[in-house]
Design a binder for this molecule. Structure first.
Ligand code: ASP
Length: 316
């Protein structure tokens, strides 16, 4: 049994591991871990206390996927409810749909009995105001916003963050959950990769599971989480599968490889795990049932070269 998460998911790992040890499912474990992160007001990239969109509204995206059936559920641009991961799970289990956004997602949350609340905390509001000061007038036409938004939405201080959690349970089943407040100061209604199955997450018990954080528009375009699992299907080791999926982003013709900001976590069906990144200095956490506590490790750094690695490069 194993739980692997982006570094900010560490606070939820003990809960997930307790569920797995008690014989609970991977799906229960990943949901529980993500809920702890969504409750954390100090994490400004997920749930309550998350940074808002350009208008100062917190809009949350999340998804879950289980590897056994490849059932998935996701919500986007959910306002007023702090646990989008549980709403995503409800979409998966109760509706004949995969992705529900906006008012529809809020309706599911309300029907679940979730409490509606203001998610924008004072510290997040202050940073938002300071970030926009003198830069952007929300009442101006969109054409005037766009050149400025590019800069705001790639502000490295604020843009990065999402929680990824992958678990494998006693029966070998995999599940993945992802939750985020998305790119800070985003355009209202913008969805990143987190609620897009195959982009921000993917799980298939036959091969493995993966999830992403980083520049969501790029993982949507390249199908990055699915790419990792596809690499596992082709027989690559988990490190090589992560490397290949990140290298693939270097081929997006309009983005300089040096500008690609992407991080993946992955677990193969044998429970082997890897976390990789295109930038130095990023960490992740993992715990197996043989370990007393979660362990923080450095991610494998993948230098993007702009040319795709051959199968032979990846096998090295
Ligand atoms: N991937 C997230 C998004 O694009 C943000 C992040 O992980 O930094 O919404």
């Amino acid at each position: 049994m194993i739980v692997v998460a982006s570094a900010n998911g560490g606070v939820g790992i003990p809960q997930a591991m307790a569920i797995l040890r008690a014989g609970g499912s991977a799906l229960d474990a990943v949901e529980a871990a993500v809920r702890v992160v969504e409750d954390n007001p100090d994490d400004h990239t997920v749930g309550y206390g998350g940074y808002p969109n350009v208008l100062g509204e917190v809009e949350l995206d999340a998804s879950v996927m289980e590897g056994t059936t490849r059932r998935a559920g996701a919500v986007g641009a959910l306002r007023g409810y702090r646990h989008p991961v549980s709403v995503a799970r409800r979409v998966m289990e109760a509706l004949p749909h995969v992705l529900v956004v906006g008012d529809g997602a809020a309706r599911v949350a309300a029907e679940m009995g979730m409490v509606q609340e203001e998610l924008l905390t004072e510290p997040a509001r202050a940073t938002w105001r300071a970030g926009l000061e003198g830069t952007l007038d929300p009442s101006a036409p969109i054409a005037e916003w766009l050149p400025r938004m590019g800069r705001l939405a790639t502000d490295p201080e604020h843009v990065s963050g999402t929680v990824n959690v992958i678990a494998q349970d006693r029966d070998g089943h995999l599940a993945v959950a992802v939750s985020t407040s998305g790119a800070a100061w985003k355009f209202p209604g913008r969805l990143g990769d987190s609620p897009v199955i195959g982009a921000g997450n993917y799980a298939d018990d036959r091969y493995g599971a993966a999830a992403c954080t980083g520049w969501g528009e790029l993982s949507i375009r390249a199908g990055t989480a699915r790419q990792v699992v596809e690499g596992l299907r082709r027989g690559l080791a988990v490190e090589a599968a992560c490397t290949a999926a990140l290298q693939e982003l270097a081929g997006l013709g309009d983005i300089r490889p040096a500008d690609v900001l992407m991080h993946v976590v992955a677990v193969d069906r044998g429970g082997r795990h890897c976390a990789a990144t295109t930038r130095r200095g990023w960490q992740y956490v993992h715990q197996t049932d043989a370990m007393d506590a979660p362990c923080t490790g450095s991610r494998l750094v993948v230098e993007l070269t702009g040319s795709e690695p051959t199968e032979m490069d990846l096998a090295r």
